[in-house]
Design a protein around this ligand. Structure first.
Ligand code: NDP
Length: 459
């Protein structure tokens, strides 16, 4: 008789956990996955999927207006929030169901229950004691509110997907991925949006040129940008919300969204009972093999707060299952991870920013800004494209590619392959462009815009 009920127990049925469990079962392991809320986790239910559908919805309004310049006689009479919500929710339910089916098809035992540690090999799963030889923590993260008076009056990202109507005026606090995407959705669907953030530019961590172009694009869409401020209090006044800011100004709105980061879901998991260590932010600490402080317990996905992206989580979950049960020890690389911010137009990036690359050594910068063909006709403001390559002067390797512009996420996926393979600027140059596209600019950037990092390198 087996010593444990399962070879592997995965806590959390999101992107990381489902992939890990499914692949491990495919390798012959006896696997169970527990999910307390919804199969597919944040990405499918309150993240990437419903968000992208709403970004698409937001863009249609502008596109319908732009069509007039191309000869179409289209009247945009308004937007039906309920219709969008129903279509979105149906798609989310479909995908969430697929996640459940994938597990069942792979022979995984699913528990619709919360799992907590009793000891390092034993879990309480909805009141049932279950043992496992190995355990994977894949519990994801949760949106945070700021600790200010009246914070409970504000919403978090999950709430966008249960709102019954579009707020007439919205305040979005923060300027990371979620803030910028939510501001885009709300503005695009017709809300008046204030974006409120503590840095001079949105999207800290992105390339400085991209950040500048993003602020320009958001403002051109009619969003009111409030840089260099923090909210200090939210109050309800005559049925509206009043947000006080650190610069002593106030803004009124019908909905306030905290998009100020996420916390790893580790509270109440019983990690102490198992001896699993966390850092000061509550993230499970892991080594390069995703092993926690307890060697047979692993952690993957947003709960380790490393690169909080779905494709990263699935890649890591897959690699871990191959390593543990597939006789194929391997790691997913955290380097050169392409990523996109689905504002309008979207941002996509892979590799190093100019600033980060220049810290390592001298780099050549190739950059271009132009109005894409569609908008030379539509005359819509705020749609200028930015494309940029960061090239190592010594090796001529392309270290980073950055774009703000239509289809950038679709374009950057392929550029990501080239950069992961170590492509040089000359490799880009000898590639023939596809004409007429914006993408072809990445292979026709002949003239260096400037160099950077030369002074640092000389010091
Ligand atoms: P981010 O870390 O991207 O952004 C958090 C924002 O909140 C920043 O603007 C930050 O400001 C601000 N903030 C944090 N603390 C405070 C504070 N005390 N006072 C004022 N402002 C504060 O987190 P998100 O929640 O937007 O997204 C979480 C992660 O989820 C992302 O990092 C990304 O990995 C992933 N994600 C990916 C998406 C995609 O791939 N398209 C979409 C959505 C999320 P500052 O920068 O100054 O610290």
């Amino acid at each position: 008789m087996a010593a444990y009920d399962f070879d592997l127990f995965v806590i959390g049925g999101g992107s990381a956990g489902v992939r890990c469990g499914r692949i491990a079962a495919g390798h012959g392991a006896r696997v169970a996955v527990a999910e307390q809320r919804f199969w597919g986790g944040t990405c499918v239910n309150v993240g990437c999927v419903p968000k992208k559908i709403m970004v698409n919805a937001a863009e249609y309004g502008a596109w319908a207006q732009d069509a007039a310049a191309f000869g179409w006689d289209i009247t945009v009479a308004g937007h039906d929030w309920g219709k969008l919500a129903a279509a979105r929710d149906a798609e989310v339910a479909r995908l969430s169901g697929i996640y459940g089916k994938l597990l069942a098809g792979a022979g995984v035992t699913s528990f619709d229950a919360r799992a907590t540690f009793i000891d390092a090999h034993t879990l309480d799963v909805g009141g049932q004691r279950v043992t496992a030889e190995r355990i994977v923590i894949a519990t994801g993260g949760t949106p945070l509110r700021l600790d200010i008076p009246g914070a409970e009056l504000g919403l978090v990202s999950d709430d966008l997907f249960t709102l019954k109507a579009l707020p007439r005026r919205s305040i979005v606090i923060g300027a990371g991925y979620i803030a910028v995407e939510f501001a885009t959705i709300l503005q695009g669907l017709g809300s008046e949006v204030d974006l409120m953030y503590r840095a001079p530019l949105p999207l800290r961590g992105f390339d400085e040129d991209v950040r500048g172009a993003a602020a320009e694009a958001l403002a051109a869409q009619g969003m009111r940008l409030n840089p260099d401020v923090a909210p200090t209090r939210i109050a309800e006044v005559d049925g509206h919300l009043m947000v006080s800011m650190s610069n002593n100004f106030m803004r009124e709105a019908d909905a306030v969204f905290f998009c100020t980061g996420r916390a790893p879901n580790t509270a109440g998991l019983g990690l102490d009972a198992a001896g699993v260590a966390t850092n000061e932010a509550g993230a499970v600490t892991v080594d390069d093999e995703h092993r926690t402080s307890v060697p047979h317990i692993y952690a993957i996905g947003d709960v380790i707060d490393r690169v909080n992206l779905t494709p990263m989580a699935t890649a890591v979950g897959h690699a871990l299952a191959d390593t543990l049960f597939g006789n194929n020890p391997r790691r997913a690389s955290y380097e050169n991870v392409p990523t996109a911010v689905f504002m309008s137009p979207p941002i996509a990036t892979v590799g190093l920013t100019e600033t980060d690359a220049a810290r390592i050594g001298p780099v050549d910068i190739y950059a271009t800004r132009f109005t894409p063909m569609r908008h030379t006709i539509s005359k819509r403001e705020g749609r200028r494209t930015l494309m940029k390559l960061v090239v190592c002067q010594r090796t001529q390797k392309v270290l980073g590619a950055h774009m703000l512009g239509e289809d950038s996420a679709e374009i950057m996926q392929g550029i990501g392959i080239a950069i992961a393979m170590g492509a040089t600027k000359q490799d880009f140059d000898r590639t023939i462009g596809i004409h007429p596209t914006a993408a072809e600019e990445f292979v026709t950037l002949r003239t260096r815009t400037r160099e950077a990092g030369v002074v640092q390198a000389a010091q």
